[in-house]
Design a protein. Structure first.
Length: 120
């Protein structure tokens, strides 16, 4: 997110229209879904374009989104701006916090920008 916010409009456009876009993320496998389920994870979020490694393929399990959202009802977040939180954690050495994130209440919607707050 820091790169995106500091990029020129031309750099942003080039990155979003790039052929063969690749991004890091968690594995999109059934094993990863089971791992998250077994840990009783309430939600998952990241600061990259896709929570799961991109592009997903059938060999890697397809889309993890379908399992997390549809089967588990687990909220996911992508493109979260975490630089300020990471800097604060590094400053005081405290990396634990309560996270709350309430979606916008819009009838008929299927996604929402996060309204996340980390309380340390």
């Amino acid at each position: 997110m820091a790169w995106y916010l500091n990029a020129s409009p031309q750099e942003r456009m080039a990155a979003t229209q790039a052929q063969g876009l690749r991004a890091p993320g968690i594995a999109s496998s059934e094993d990863m879904a089971a791992y998250l389920w077994d840990l009783h994870i309430a939600a998952a979020a990241g600061d990259h374009p896709s929570l799961e490694a991109w592009p997903p393929t059938l060999e890697t399990g397809g889309f993890l989104h379908q399992r997390l959202l549809g089967l588990f009802g687990m909220p996911i977040g992508e493109l979260w701006y975490l630089e300020d939180l990471a800097a604060d954690c590094a400053t005081d050495g405290v990396y634990e916090f309560m996270l709350t994130s309430a979606p916008l209440n819009i009838r008929g919607s299927v996604g929402s920008p996060p309204n996340a707050i980390a309380i340390k």
